[in-house]
Design a protein around this ligand. Structure first.
Ligand code: C2E
Ligand code: MG
Ligand code: MG
Ligand code: MG
Length: 280
């Protein structure tokens, strides 16, 4: 009898494990063909100057829609693509799409309109990264300063000299370098000194607590003051309420992004939303 029980306990344990594994294998199998099948789409989430209320740009956020799996969130598929190296090819698609889009909107809006693209650590190991970016920007004939690159501390953790050199080159080309999810890692302050950052994005977990947690709001206030004294621009992400926005305005946060101001949207919806006629 105890043998029976033991086996049940054991199989209950492997059940979860094998479910996780088969989900992973299924995702990996479909991910392999996703680019060729055109299953990826770049969405755009608006960013606003908090002082003037002006729309100044957008963050490019990747979406994957598979006929069998449905919509798979980036937090699930990006780590997989990162671990098997496919993120290099996928990342190239995002960069090319976003830069081409930046060209169109720059022309149609008749003013600088920035597009921010997220870069994964693995993309820095690709020796073509800088040349690819140069090529896309050259083809689009837009100022390099219209492209913002968002990286998290994960990129810097290796302490790799090649990452520092790549960021330096990209910065020298005129691209804007942004630290994403600031406050969630651990030696962020040191990174700010060692790498050529222009922008700091405060993680949404801080913004979420802004109006009901004194510590969170003091932290945000201090991060903004410190960033400004280091010459960095500050973006707050994950703004969902007016009261959060008002506090950020009071603290002189430069740029706001969040569901309150606009959700990530497909290109066409974004164009409708900002009042542009359809551009094919
Ligand atoms: P992230 O770069 O920090 O992007 C911000 C995330 O917050 C996005 O999630 C966005 O949809 C979400 N967000 C924006 N405003 C709000 C808000 O007001 N409330 C809440 N609750 N969430 C908000 P998303 O699109 O699911 O992306 C998740 C993460 O996946 C991104 O975090 C980024 O790290 C990664 N990711 C997305 N696209 C790409 C990509 O093209 N390349 C790479 N390497 N990573 C990407
Ligand atoms: Mg980001
Ligand atoms: Mg972020
Ligand atoms: Mg994030």
């Amino acid at each position: 009898h105890s043998k029976q029980q033991g086996r049940n306990t054991f199989s209950f344990f492997t059940e979860q494990m094998s479910q996780d594994l088969s989900r992973r294998l299924l995702l990996e199998e479909h991910l392999r063909h996703a680019l060729d099948l055109g299953e990826f789409e770049v969405y755009y989430q608006p960013q606003f100057d908090i002082k003037t209320n002006e729309l100044i740009g957008a963050e490019a956020l990747l979406r994957w829609n598979n006929s069998e799996l449905g919509s798979v969130p980036p937090d699930e598929f990006i780590p997989l693509a990162e671990s098997n190296g496919e993120i290099v090819e996928i990342g190239r698609f995002v960069l090319k799409t976003a830069i081409t889009q930046a060209k169109t909107w720059f022309q149609k809006l008749n003013k600088p309109f920035k597009i921010a693209v997220n870069l994964s650590p693995r993309q820095f190991k690709d020796c073509n990264l800088i040349d690819d970016i140069k090529q896309y920007i050259g083809q689009a004939e837009i100022p390099a300063s219209l492209l913002e690159l968002e990286i998290t501390e994960g990129v810097l953790l290796s302490g790799d000299e090649s990452v520092r050199n790549a960021l330096k080159s990209l910065h020298q080309l005129g691209l804007v370098i942004s630290m994403d999810d600031f406050g969630t890692g651990y030696s962020s302050l040191n990174y700010l000194r060692q790498y050529p950052f222009d922008v700091l994005k405060i993680d949404q977990s801080f913004i979420m607590d802004l109006s009901n947690n004194r510590e969170a709001s003091e932290l945000v206030n201090s991060i903004i003051t410190m960033s400004h004294s280091l010459g960095l621009k500050v973006i707050a992400e994950g703004i969902e309420t007016l009261s959060q926005l008002k506090i950020l305005e009071h603290y002189r946060c430069d740029v706001g992004q969040g569901f309150l101001l606009g959700k990530p949207m497909p290109r066409k919806d974004f164009e409708n939303w900002i009042g542009l006629p359809h551009l094919e």
